[in-house]
Design a protein around this ligand. Structure first.
Ligand SMILES: [Zn+2]
Ligand SMILES: [Zn+2]
Length: 158
């Protein structure tokens, strides 16, 4: 199992493999150590986020969002060019190919678990346990919690 998380101290993106066989996560940049609470990982199953106190994770595709946007943009741009040149068949062929690439990638790319609160991602997870797909309500709850704690931290400084 691997994790990709944002370091709570220096905000660098850290990746660590075989997290089931260790009890600490170490930031490659600032060397901050995050202790993994016991029973967070059992039988190749994750029960909670290892980086933040949240126990709510969702299943998503381990797919770089930028790549997805890039494919769609390239497909749209290509079909617009073909449309401008009155190449009707090419226009639809490009749109169809773009959709096909998306579908194939969706089937090939494995799932991973992501934390609602800190956006940490976990891959190579055997079982997703009780976690399901993205839920907007849960996401909104965590977003509001973050906004509240940020404004609290801000008012403390004043
Ligand atoms: Zn760090
Ligand atoms: Zn988290």
């Amino acid at each position: 199992m691997w994790i990709e998380y944002c370091c709570p101290q220096c905000h660098a993106t850290c990746r660590q493999d075989s997290i089931e066989s260790t009890d600490i996560l170490t930031c490659q940049k600032c060397k901050l150590i995050v202790r993994i609470a016991p029973q967070s990982i059992g039988n190749d199953r994750l029960t909670r986020c290892l980086v933040c106190p949240s126990a709510e994770l969702f299943v998503r595709k381990n797919f770089p969002q930028k790549l997805g946007v890039w494919i769609v943009t390239a497909g749209l741009a290509g079909s617009c060019v073909a449309w401008a040149w009155h190449e009707l068949i090419a226009t639809f062929a490009i749109l169809f190919a773009t959709a096909l690439v998306d579908v194939v990638l969706y089937m090939v790319v494995p799932n991973c678990l992501a934390c609602y609160r800190c956006q940490a991602r976990y891959g190579g997870v055997e079982s997703h346990g009780t976690f399901t797909g993205f839920n907007l309500e849960t996401h909104e709850r965590h977003r509001q919690f973050l906004a509240r704690s940020e404004s609290l931290a801000g008012s403390k400084k004043l």
